[in-house]
Design a protein around this ligand. Sequence first.
Ligand SMILES: Nc1ncnc2c1ncn2[C@@H]1O[C@H](COP(=O)(O)OP(=O)(O)OP(=O)(O)O)[C@@H](O)[C@H]1O
Ligand SMILES: O=P(O)(O)OC[C@H]1O[C@H](OP(=O)(O)OP(=O)(O)O)[C@H](O)[C@@H]1O
Ligand SMILES: [Mg+2]
Length: 280
Amino acid sequence: MLRIAVPNKGSLSETAADMLAEAGYAGRRDPKTLHVIDAENDVEFFFLRPKDIATYVGSGAIDVGITGRDLLLDARMPGAREIEALGFAGSTFRFAAPSGRYSDVSELDGLRIATSYPGLVDAFLDERGIAVDLVPLDGAVESAVRLGVADAVADVVETGTTLRQAGLDVFGPVILESEAVLIAGPVDADGSETLLRRLRGVMVARRFVMIDYDLPVALLDDAVKIAGGVESPTVSPLRDPEWVAVRVMVARTRVNHVMDELYALGARAILVTAIHNARL
Ligand SMILES: Nc1ncnc2c1ncn2[C@@H]1O[C@H](COP(=O)(O)OP(=O)(O)OP(=O)(O)O)[C@@H](O)[C@H]1O
Ligand SMILES: O=P(O)(O)OC[C@H]1O[C@H](OP(=O)(O)OP(=O)(O)O)[C@H](O)[C@@H]1O
Ligand SMILES: [Mg+2]
């Protein structure tokens, strides 16, 4: 059985569980459940703290897992590696301090830096020959400067709201662009390819919709320039020989622009439908 680690709580847990459910796996009904056997799919799930998942996977105790790229690097487990970005929980990892206090990371030498990702920050600063006094905290790191335990922080930034509310601004280079990732251990486990293919199918279904429309055949080349599909649009004849029906996948984020442009070109009966799953 393939052993899969899934975040038991925090920002990653809900979407990770949703993706696995969409991929056809059995979930858990009770948030306190730590272990689920899905015999039909020949996998078992271990619900673990996201911070610990790279440790389990890197040691080989669990075959694959869902965690954050930042958490994977923070764990510094040589046996654990990213095999696929999963397209959710996107964030950047940044240094921040009271507005205008520092402009470059080199100014941090000898200062106190609060973070809940000491492994990640240490590796980044080490590479640049900067020695700081790391203050490891569990969360709400943005308050550490105001409360006087640190001169600057290094933390997850998504919208920047938490930083702004704490009177902090980012400075220096982007330490890391992070998102949720699928990780694997030192050996390729049986069944991990199937899991990966299923999760890719779920990502396609989340990212794309299907557009169908009717179009005068003379306009087909122009229409394909607007929406070319993943490989090539499907074109079917209509009873009227001057017209064709076209079917094409479009990124969800672009769908309204594409509809506007196709309509302006002369397409009619434009219909958008959801994709529930896919294997490309
Ligand atoms: N606001 C956010 N936006 C996007 N990703 C986030 C955000 N906060 C945390 N993450 C990501 O979630 C992962 C951390 O999850 P974890 O559950 O350890 O912390 P958390 O979501 O802050 O939960 P908690 O602090 O409630 O325990 C990291 O990969 C991090 O980049
Ligand atoms: O840029 P923003 O959109 O404000 O998001 C970033 C914040 O979100 C997370 O905090 P969370 O609420 O998980 O609390 P924590 O710091 O205790 O982990 C993260 O640790 C940042 O503090
Ligand atoms: Mg948090």
